[in-house]
Design a protein around this ligand. Structure first.
Ligand code: SF4
Length: 432
């Protein structure tokens, strides 16, 4: 019986990707499933992002192009879900009558009903992975209890809800059984894990437990929150060889006045103290962070303070967002008084500085030997990553194909021979 084709399109972050993968697993037995595919399909499910203006526009454009395809008779059904739909369901419904159904972020059973599929309890925790089979994201909680002034996520995803400890462990075991070797732990606020459910932070205990699962080689920590950073996680990062020497910890700014206005719960001094303690206690730690430029009232002096902090700290990986006023957030009432041109100029200056730092740090790796996981083969190179690199967002290691066959998902020792701003080049070690 020719199965109908469903194309699930995921926009936004890895947390959205995990939701798409869970949906695809439930649909898998009835439909032919595609992900982010350009191939013709009968039904499209668009999992939207509603975080900031750019992301919202990208989601609306994706829906509009699906509507065009439907009008042209190339698509039978359009289903929209995810953060944008959670946040603006009514407005979207009023504007986009061609869309068959709009759902929020916690509506999996309802989406399935619309697609005439029964929700299968036995598939809870199961996903159709869209990442290469050797790594997978693992979401340990939903929502967020923080009150960051610029952020709409708590309005969209609700309060922080930790996934029960054993449920996360079982999901990790299922991933390992499928051949996953690298688990990327994600949440809105990873370090808050357990506080709601167990009255105490249990992220370190959870990571330790996952590291004992057969087949798991690397565990990567994303979206840690700086205030109240758990000491036991520092110990784990230092001592557990399966926990990548890598930490993604968005800091957003360094000016105490701005951090206070952002309601981040930690001032500039506290932020520097935490970063110094991480650097001191965990030698060789790769720190990834994210900063916002152009926050309401940000002076040139405050921006300079941020530049100096980044120069001094030399983050291994860094991302920058321009401030985007979001309705119903507490910062929305503040005048968005930094001109777009100045926001862009500050983003450029920060990324230019980071590019130089990244090049210097990469140069220091030349001649070094690193454990590299191969992700794929592309043109004349195998593309891999060290433990200091998260997929999609960080540096890559390029190994000329030459006469040896390397297997995606396998780890190899690689000697770095050359470096670039954001990439390293290397050869197998010892030479084959
Ligand atoms: S920690 Fe702050 S920035 Fe992150 S999701 Fe929660 S409210 Fe938003």
């Amino acid at each position: 019986m020719k199965k109908q084709r469903v194309n699930v399109v995921t926009l936004g972050c890895s947390k959205n990707l995990v939701d798409s993968e869970a949906l695809m697993r439930q649909l898998d037995h009835k439909y032919q499933i595609f992900h982010d595919s350009d191939l013709p399909s009968d039904i499209v499910v668009i999992n939207t992002c509603g975080f900031i203006q750019d992301a919202k526009e990208e989601s609306v454009d994706m829906i509009l192009s699906a509507i065009e395809a439907k009008k042209a008779g190339n698509l039978k059904k359009i289903v929209v879900t995810g953060c944008l739909s959670q946040r603006y369901k009514k407005e979207l419904k009023d504007e986009m009558g061609e869309v068959d159904a709009f759902f929020g972020v916690n509506d999996l059973p309802e989406i399935l009903k619309t697609l005439e599929v029964d929700f299968k309890n036995e598939l809870i925790g199961e996903r159709l992975l869209t990442t290469p089979s050797h790594y997978a994201y693992l979401k340990v909680s939903e929502g967020c209890d923080r009150k960051c002034s610029f952020c709409a996520i708590p309005l969209i995803r609700g309060k922080h809800i930790s996934k029960p400890f054993e449920e996360v462990v079982v999901e990790a075991e299922k991933l390992a059984a499928k051949g996953v070797k690298e688990i990327l732990l994600i949440a809105q606020d990873l370090t808050y894990y357990g506080l709601d459910l167990y009255g105490k932070r249990r992220i370190a205990e959870l990571v330790q437990r996952i590291s004992e699962i057969q087949g798991i080689e690397w565990i990567r920590l994303h979206y840690a929150y700086p205030a109240g950073f758990p000491e036991d996680l520092i110990t784990l990062l230092k001592e557990n060889p399966k926990v990548c020497n890598y930490l993604d910890i968005p800091l957003q700014h360094i000016s105490s006045r701005i951090l206070k206005s952002m309601k981040r719960g930690l001032d500039g001094q506290g932020t520097k103290k935490l970063v110094h303690s991480l650097r001191e206690q965990i030698p060789g730690l790769a720190l990834r962070s994210t900063f916002i430029v152009g926050y309401p009232g940000e002076t040139e002096e405050e921006f300079q303070e941020l530049l100096d902090f980044v120069k001094e700290t030399r983050f291994e990986r860094l991302g920058v967002f321009q401030y985007s006023p979001e309705e119903d957030t507490s910062a929305f009432d503040l005048k968005d008084n930094i001109p777009a041109k100045v926001k862009q100029d500050r983003e450029d200056r920060l990324m230019e500085l980071q590019q130089e730092i990244s090049l210097e740090l990469n140069k220091e790796k030349e001649g070094g030997i690193f454990k590299v996981v191969i992700d794929k083969k592309e043109d004349e190179f195998y593309i891999g990553r060290t433990e200091f690199d998260s997929p999609e967002v960080d540096n890559e290691v390029l190994i000329p194909i030459g006469d040896h066959e390397l297997k995606p998902g396998n780890f190899y020792d690689v000697k770095i021979t050359k470096s670039d701003y954001y990439d390293l080049y290397g050869s197998l070690f010892p030479k084959r």
